[in-house]
Design a protein around this ligand. Structure first.
Ligand code: HEC
Length: 123
């Protein structure tokens, strides 16, 4: 009995460690993200697709590259960091929907700070 509890704990421990390593890995890569990217881990539009688009398509608010990068992407940055003013919500996704992971957040902020490159050819 004791042995199986020990084993179970070790399995739990290792599966968690692996997950963290994956997170860390994709975050370390966050300097090479672009709007469109053949590697979805480095694609900002992919994050928008999975975390923002369903809701925004329903309410008809466009989240295109051109819109999100207006004014040096200031509004997007404010929404990601929870500092938007003049809207019903200061953070996107709004409370009650699935939040961005800290990794996704970091990728978007780094992408903005890198002057939001469009794709791998630096368009
Ligand atoms: C659950 C629904 C929902 C999700 C998910 C969501 N939004 Fe929104 N978003 C809204 C609503 C509603 C508004 C309008 C708020 C207002 O007008 O006060 C809005 C407004 C915005 C605006 C301002 C648009 C404009 O034309 O002024 C931006 C930019 C934005 N969201 C970005 C995002 C991003 C980026 C994500 C994902 C990281 C996201 N939203 C996820 C509901 C959502």
């Amino acid at each position: 009995m004791k042995k199986s509890i020990f084993l179970f704990t070790m399995i739990l421990f290792f599966s968690c460690t692996n997950e963290n390593e994956e997170d860390l890995y994709s975050c370390l890569d966050s300097d090479s993200v672009t709007w469109e990217h053949s590697d979805l881990n480095r694609s900002i539009s992919h994050i928008i697709d999975i975390k923002c688009a369903s809701c925004h398509t329903d309410i008809g608010l466009d989240l295109s590259y051109n819109l999100l990068t207006l004014n040096n992407a200031e509004l997007l940055k404010n929404f990601i960091t929870g500092n938007a003013v003049g809207y019903s919500y200061s953070i996107m996704p709004p409370p009650g929907s699935e939040p961005l992971t800290s990794c996704e957040e970091e990728k978007i902020i780094n992408w903005i700070n890198n002057n939001f490159p469009f794709d791998e050819n630096n368009r």
